[in-house]
Write a protein that binds this ligand. Sequence first.
Ligand code: NAD
Length: 356
Amino acid sequence: MKKNKKIAVLPGDGIGPEVMKEALKVLEKVKKKYGLDFELKFGDIGGIAIDKYDHPLPEQTKNLCLNSVAVLLGSIGGPKWDNYPPEKNPEIGGLLGLRKLLNLYVNLRPVVLYERLKENSPLSEKITESDIDIITVRELSQGIYFSKPKNLTDNEGYDTMRYDRQTVNRIAKSGFEIAKSRRRKITSVDKANVLYSSKLWRKTVSEISKNYPEVELTHMYVDNAAMQLILNPSQFDVILTTNLFGDILSDESAAISGSLGMIPSASFGKGNINLYEPAGGSAPDIAGKGIANPVAQILSLAMMLEYSFGLKEAANDVREAVKKTVNEGYGTIDIVKNKKYVLSTSEMGDSIAEKI
Ligand code: NAD
């Protein structure tokens, strides 16, 4: 385990503080079981930071994150701040500001469909018969969201999709490394039949694959990938793709899991400070009611243990505890229909923590 054990904890807005409390409960159990010590430092980001410091990413939060090994984030935003100008908007000034500060370029979003939640999945029983366990490795720093020129006039709007070799090289390496630690299958998704940026993507990924002979590489066009995710999701292990395609496909694969409250994410950067956060937002519609699903936050914690601290066994312990609780039939109201088995946010945290 790394010597520096500083974690910046940013609970954020809406359900963020509620689900973060449960993740920290689980961390306490992990600390006791494995005899570990972490230094937790709390900070404000998003709407709460605007209210306190008039900025969604105040200097003290920036410094806190830059002096940590990992950032564990809750969620950001809410109707109160939605119409603030871009630099003060919680998501743009806060979350995108944080991603930029940490130079993040890889986003990982794992999706597992638990046995008990198969009935919640929008996919038919026949399709969910086989195990579904997919991780999307999405490029975060280039592509159509950032490339120039882009402009909007009264008569036209345009964006540029550009990728350079160096950027594809580094995301491909991340994808192959992740694949090596899983079932060793990688599907690189592009649109190389039409787009030049995708032709470069495909060529570069193929070159990198030569360094990973143990990983099986398949190339797939994005339109086919969108279809295959619904028709035969079990065929996928690692999906490696661009910023735009990853944004869309990772949401599609999240829908398969039965609830947004189940999906964690991790983002890695140049500077070795990683960010871990649930895939969903601050869920203002359920905030303060004690019914939010803490699993996405708890599984984000598991990703942090594995990727930032090299504690794979502890991370898998947390994942097993989540799986057991869910497969026993218990869960928050977004995943359980039978009232007898519905747990509050805090009961769900207890149930997971006690299995560690
Ligand atoms: P959302 O993800 O917050 O909610 C969408 C739906 O999913 C809601 O019905 C919500 O109740 C449900 N949901 C989400 N997480 C859940 C959980 N853990 N347990 C149970 N149900 C859950 O998306 P939205 O409603 O479009 O956005 C709400 C706010 O969150 C907005 O201000 C938006 O800007 C912000 N947002 C933040 C992030 C982030 O912090 N990374 C991401 C997306 C949206």
